[in-house]
Design a protein around this ligand. Structure first.
Ligand SMILES: [Zn+2]
Length: 365
């Protein structure tokens, strides 16, 4: 599931984009009718472009299509300097241009209000204008850019040094910075056995990051989830270990079973799970795993099941702190009134997961 067929189509884009064949043709013809419809990431350069970019067109197998800037960034791509895929008509305000330049000057770091003030920008105005321009907060933009860079080459068995050499990034220090920002200090000298191995999976609902060690799966999240960097940081501190790109039997199984899950072939996950949490959290997570696919429970029902009737708020918090998305199906818990309530990966994903399970289960019956 890691490397999709060519030309690749991103996750969420699958439902909102023309077919890859049509987009590739538009790309090679520089067809302006497709401006704003898709963005094209070029795997060999790590750059994303508008359909009409005048740069030499890549081979089909080196293209990945995205529906939005955020997805292209999460895919590990940076904006092209020829076609400026972030530019709008009318042109973005000068403060927004300044923000973008500041990020590209040092994409590994997080620009704080103090940094913005140092650039003679009023932080709140600049942030508001950025959001108005792209429908994405400046913070989310920076996070996507960092996460994308760090994840760009996180794939099976790849050593960090190889990642730096062929990641397409001119600046090694920039890459290290992004990796460190997301995954902690560079794992120089760390033995792979003592590390959390990181692998990414492309699913029909977006790219996911999985972390596992010898005990089992520690984390499985959509990469655009808010707070993911903090979650990784907490895990690293609790387990006192570095994160390196790689794979092991648990991650292999997770990938294979996720593929079967999305294909509707099998909803149960049979692999070692090792989520880090309190006794109460573990009880709640175990209860979640007993909810059959295609069914839902309320927070109150789960509270009763773990012997804490009335503690639905605590159950809600434990549910929200689940770090093994899909495998521990916290998406099957909904409000007492049937509302979806929240989901770390976004409510739209919760809805899509439930729809998928219900559709498959009703056919199977
Ligand atoms: Zn371009």
């Amino acid at each position: 599931m890691t490397e999709s067929a060519m030309p690749a189509i991103s996750a969420r884009a699958a439902v909102s984009l023309p077919s890859p064949r049509v987009m590739y043709r538009a790309l090679t013809r520089r067809d302006s009718a497709y401006e704003g419809v898709f963005l094209a990431g070029v795997k060999t350069t790590g750059i994303f472009c508008r359909p009409t970019c005048r740069a030499k067109k890549p081979r089909a197998e080196n293209v990945e299509f995205f529906a939005s800037v955020a997805e292209a960034l999460h895919g590990g791509y940076r904006p092209c300097r020829l076609c400026h895929p972030l530019d709008r008509v009318p042109a973005p305000p000068a403060v927004v241009v300044q923000l973008l330049q500041a990020v590209e000057a040092n994409p590994a770091t997080r620009l704080t209000d103090k940094d913005l003030a140092g650039l003679d920008l009023d932080p709140s105005t600049a942030r508001r204008q950025f959001r108005a321009c792209y429908g994405l907060t400046f913070q989310a933009y920076q996070r996507a850019r960092r996460m994308g860079r760090a994840l760009h080459e996180v794939r099976a068995g790849k050593a960090v040094i190889d990642v730096q050499l062929d990641g397409g990034y001119a600046s090694t220090s920039g890459f290290r910075g992004a990796f460190r920002r997301v995954f902690g200090k560079p794992p120089r000298g760390a033995r792979a056995d003592d590390c959390l191995l990181a692998r990414r999976f492309d699913t029909p609902l977006g790219r996911m990051l999985a972390l596992a060690d010898r005990q089992g799966l520690r984390l499985l999240e959509f990469v655009d989830r808010r707070g993911l960097e903090k979650e990784i940081g907490r895990l690293r501190r609790r387990l006192r270990c570095a994160v390196v790109p790689g794979s092991n039997a648990t991650l292999e199984a997770a990938g294979a079973q996720l593929r079967r899950y999305f294909a509707g072939e099998q909803f149960e996950f049979d692999l070692p799970l090792a989520p880090v949490g309190s006794g109460f959290q573990q009880d709640v997570w175990a209860a979640l795993r007993r909810i059959p696919a295609g069914k839902t429970r309320s927070y109150a029902e789960i509270a009763v099941e773990v012997g804490r009737a009335g503690a639905q708020r605590a159950v809600g918090r434990a549910n929200g702190s689940n770090t093994l998305s899909i495998v521990i199906p916290c998406h099957r818990v909904i409000g007492a009134d049937g509302s979806l309530s929240g989901y770390g990966g976004g409510v739209w994903r919760k809805q899509r997961l439930l729809d998928h399970e219900r559709a498959v289960m009703s056919v199977g019956r």
